[in-house]
Each structure stands twice: as structure tokens, then as C-alpha cells.
Design a protein around this ligand. Structure first.
Ligand SMILES: [Zn+2]
Length: 101
């Protein structure tokens, strides 16, 4: 016996702490949580939250990529420096040998 005041879709409830919790009314969110909600909550905060999460994840990935690039570049420079130092000491040895002749 559903009347107008009985919600048929999931809805958000603000608790005393100001946190919002989803009151599940569909099987999806009841079983799988807000991400699995199938009833398109109006003004869906679920989507907003999901979007925010996706953006945060993308941002983390971007930062990780930048960091990896920096590490790669740093490694490349270290290897190059090492190679140059070795080359220099080779040349020094060579020169020292020539000077003795
Ligand atoms: Zn739902």
C-alpha cells in the first residue's frame, strides 16, 4: 500500500553530522551500495560522487604518469652522467699513457 509519501526510489538522507547516506530502495543499492543503484536518484549525488571519484582517480593517474616520467628522465640523466664519467676517466688514462711516452 504505497502512498505518495512512500519513496519508491533510493534517496539521500542527511544525518545529524551532516553526512549524507543513501537509503536504498532498489535491490541494486541494497545489495551493492550506491554505485549499484539502478533507479536514477533525482539530482543524483551518486553520479556526482562517482564522477568526483573518477576525476580523482584520473588525477592520481596523471600525477603518477608525471612522476614516472620524472623518474625515467632522472634515471636517464644518471646513466648518461655515469657514462660520461667513465668516458672521462678512460680519456684521462689514455692521456696519462700518452704523456708518459
Ligand atoms: Zn536505487
Amino acid at each position: 500500500m504505497a502512498d505518495a509519501s512512500t519513496p519508491t526510489r533510493c534517496y539521500w538522507l542527511r544525518d545529524d553530522d551532516g553526512a549524507e547516506i543513501l537509503i536504498p530502495m532498489c535491490c541494486g543499492s541494497a545489495i551493492g551500495g550506491p554505485a549499484e543503484c539502478t533507479c536514477n536518484v533525482p539530482e543524483s549525488r551518486i553520479e556526482a560522487a562517482e564522477r568526483g571519484r573518477a576525476e580523482a582517480e584520473a588525477q592520481v593517474l596523471r600525477l603518477r604518469e608525471v612522476r614516472d616520467l620524472h623518474l625515467e628522465e632522472q634515471g636517464r640523466m644518471w646513466r648518461e652522467n655515469k657514462r660520461l664519467r667513465e668516458r672521462i676517466s678512460e680519456l684521462e688514462t689514455l692521456l696519462a699513457g700518452k704523456a708518459r711516452c
